[in-house]
Structure formats: structure tokens, C-alpha cells
Ligand binder design. Structure first.
Ligand code: PLP
Length: 364
């Protein structure tokens, strides 16, 4: 079996995959209604929220688009706090739908600076919402969302969070941190195949939703809410993923959210320590290094493309490369969802042989 160590899609446990093979049910019938109610309730426990949570048939990006079109009107001023590829994507969606996006971009590899966000909010009183990536998968950096949230709420703005690669793996109590819309995706920390986005919609978000005029049909949260009250989704849901998700959620609740978060922290630390022992250096500023994905700088003559190829072909380990301008500059190790120490020990052992073959000279 391959050791799939990219930051999504992530490996799925056998019983989760088996659930995918279940026969179809009527998505307007009683079996699905009880499944949907059960899955939604369990999900709320892992999101730590009392607000509405919807399952959308989409990859994570669909969830981001849904958040934008349900919260905003064309012309609305939004602050985009971006520290990488996914932050830029969130901003691009908002601007595509006519929002007036104020970009606040930080150097890739660094977390967003609280003081700079404060200054931007002071300078632009018309800002209505702040878009932020909790965990920037492209650079392996986790923003201090708790502090960002406190600030955004001090200024009384809406907080819209891309938590696609953090929720369920890294601490994010949605209600306590006053996130208005929070988006995640099935193929990241949830141990489920791609195909479903999950979004939490809070009270202030509903107020914004009632006034927001961006065009929306498939993504309409108000429709999702009225159907959920009947135990349905507005459109045919990705049933096989919901079956699998139900199994995965039970596994997560059995392990317990605190244990899951602690396991991710432990495994991430082991990854970072191992990387440094190999003579490599982390790309992300260490104080904000992600617990779901580790980005490693290409130093010492390392050719990351060759490394990724050798790891895949000779060791059965699939690593992530760098995206966009990061190509060739970093490689990434995903450690979220169904992951344990052995998976990482295998990666580190294989790197030891593969690195010199890919041109790396320690200390050079
Ligand atoms: C994976 C990811 C996305 C995009 O998700 P898709 O499922 O590929 O659409 C967006 N944001 C973050 C932070 C991600 O990790």
C-alpha cells in the first residue's frame, strides 16, 4: 500500500471505504433523514458549534464560494488576509463575484501579523467581512485564528474562515472563536474521500445572509436550512460520501477531539524534529508551523522534483510538491486525518536514503 502523505486527499480507513460501497437509498426518504440528522449532530460536536452545519456536495472550494455568495453583495468591501495559495484563492472568489477586495498579503512561510490586520481595519472602516485561512496548506503555516477573531470582533466585522485543512485536526472551537462562516472539506482531516464540503453558519452570518445579494442558487444557505429541517439537502447529496462520513465521524468521536488534536500535534512535532535531524530546514516560521502539513525548504542542492519521484517510485511514499511559485522551493509532508507515528517514521527513514540521491548535501 502507498503511504499517501499529501495534505489531501488523505488515506481512508478500510471500514470508511467499505461504507462507500453501500447500496443507494432514497435521499428524500426516512433512512437518509435520520442519517443526515445524525451526521449533522456529530459534526456540530467536532466543530464545537450550536449553529447550523450544512453538507454541500462539492470540494472545499465550493464551500468557499458558498461562503462568499451567501454573505456578501457586489461592491461590499472585504479584507483578504492571505498567507499563501489558498488565501489568494479565497480573495479571487470574492472579487470574481464583485466584492471590493482589499488584499493584505504576508510573506509566504509567515503567519499573518495581528498589528497589520488591526491597521487595515482602522484604515478601512467600510470593511464588512474578513476572509482568512486558518491553516495555509500551501506553505504549512497556521494562523493565530483566536487572536485574529478577537480583533475582527473588536471591530465588529464578519469573520469568514477557510478551515479546510484544520478543522477536525487542529483546535478550532467555532462558537468560542466567533467564526461566522467556517468551511472544511471531507478529504482533509476527516478520513473521507473528496466530494463534500461542510460549512457552519452562525447567527450573525444569517443576518448578513438575509441582506446579501450576490447571485446564488446551488449554494443558497437559506435553502439548505429549510431542507435540513425536513432531513434533506436541497439537491441530491453525494450519498456514498455521507455513508463513509458517518463511519469516520464515529471513529473520530470514539478517539475524542482532544486526543485527535493532541495526536496531530505530536506527529507534527515528530515530523519537524525528524526533518531537522536530516539536516533540512523548515520553510514555515516554526512558531506557526502547521500540525497538519509540514513544508520543507529545498536547501543544500536538493531537487524536490527528483526527491518526490524517488520517494514515490522506490519507497511507495507520496509527498506533495510546492504549488505555484513554491514549485521547486519546497516539498510538503501531509500528516492529517488517519495518520500515526509509523507513517512518519517510514517517511523519515526513506528520506534518509532518497535525499542524497536527489542532490542534497547536508550543511552545504
Ligand atoms: C485543500 C484546500 C482547499 C481547496 O479544497 P478543494 O477541495 O481542492 O477544492 C482550500 N483551502 C485550503 C486551506 C485547503 O487545504
Amino acid at each position: 500500500m502507498q503511504n499517501l502523505r499529501i495534505p489531501g486527499p488523505t488515506p481512508c480507513p478500510e471500514d470508511v471505504l467499505e461504507a462507500m460501497g453501500r447500496q443507494m437509498v432514497n435521499h428524500r426518504g426516512p433512512e437518509f433523514a435520520s442519517l443526515l440528522t445524525d451526521v449533522t449532530e456529530k459534526l456540530k460536536r467536532l466543530f464545537k458549534t450550536q449553529s447550523d452545519v450544512f453538507l454541500l456536495t462539492a470540494s472545499g472550494t465550493g464551500g468557499l464560494e458558498a461562503a462568499v455568495v451567501n454573505m456578501l453583495s457586489p461592491g461590499d468591501v472585504v479584507l483578504s488576509v492571505s498567507i499563501g495559495v489558498f488565501g489568494h484563492r479565497f480573495a479571487a472568489i470574492a472579487s470574481q463575484f464583485g466584492a471590493q477586495v482589499i488584499p493584505l498579503n504576508f510573506e509566504w512561510g509567515q503567519a499573518a501579523e495581528i498589528d497589520a490586520i488591526r491597521q487595515a481595519l482602522r484604515d478601512n472602516p467600510k470593511i464588512k467581512a474578513v476572509l482568512v485561512t486558518h491553516n495555509e496548506t500551501s506553505t504549512g503555516v497556521t494562523n493565530d485564528l483566536k487572536a485574529i477573531s478577537a480583533l475582527v470582533k473588536e471591530f465588529d466585522k464578519l469573520l469568514v474562515v477557510d478551515a479546510i485543512s484544520s478543522l477536525g485536526s487542529i483546535e478550532l472551537p467555532v462558537d468560542e472563536w466567533r467564526c461566522d462562516v467556517t468551511v472544511t472539506g471531507s478529504q482533509k482531516g476527516w478520513m473521507v474521500p473528496p466530494g463534500m464540503a461542510m460549512v457552519a453558519v452562525g447567527r450573525e452570518a444569517w443576518e448578513a445572509n438575509s441582506r446579501a445579494t450576490m447571485p446564488r442558487f446551488y449554494w443558497d444557505f437559506a435553502k439548505a436550512k429549510s431542507y435540513l429541517e425536513k432531513g434533506q439537502t436541497p439537491w441530491t447529496p453525494v450519498l456514498s460520501i455521507v455513508f463513509a462520513f458517518s463511519v469516520a465521524l464515529d471513529k473520530m468521536l470514539t478517539e475524542g477531539l482532544d486526543s485527535i488534536i493532541a495526536r496531530h500535534a505530536r506527529i507534527a512535532q515528530m515530523t519537524r524534529d525528524g526533518i531537522k535531524e536530516l539536516g533540512l530546514s523548515l520553510f514555515a516560521e516554526e512558531s506557526h508551523a502547521s500540525n497538519t502539513v509540514t513544508s520543507v525548504a529545498a536547501s543544500g542542492g536538493l531537487d524536490t522534483k527528483i526527491l518526490v519521484k524517488i520517494m514515490r517510485e522506490e519507497h511507495g511514499i507520496v509527498l506533495g510538491g510546492g504549488q505555484q511559485t513554491m514549485a521547486g522551493k519546497i516539498f510538503r509532508i501531509g500528516h492529517l486525518g488517519w495518520v500515526n507515528e509509523d507513517d512518519i517514521a517510514q517517511v523519515l527513514a526513506a528520506l534518509k536514503t532518497a535525499l542524497p540521491q536527489a542532490g542534497f548535501r547536508s550543511g552545504s
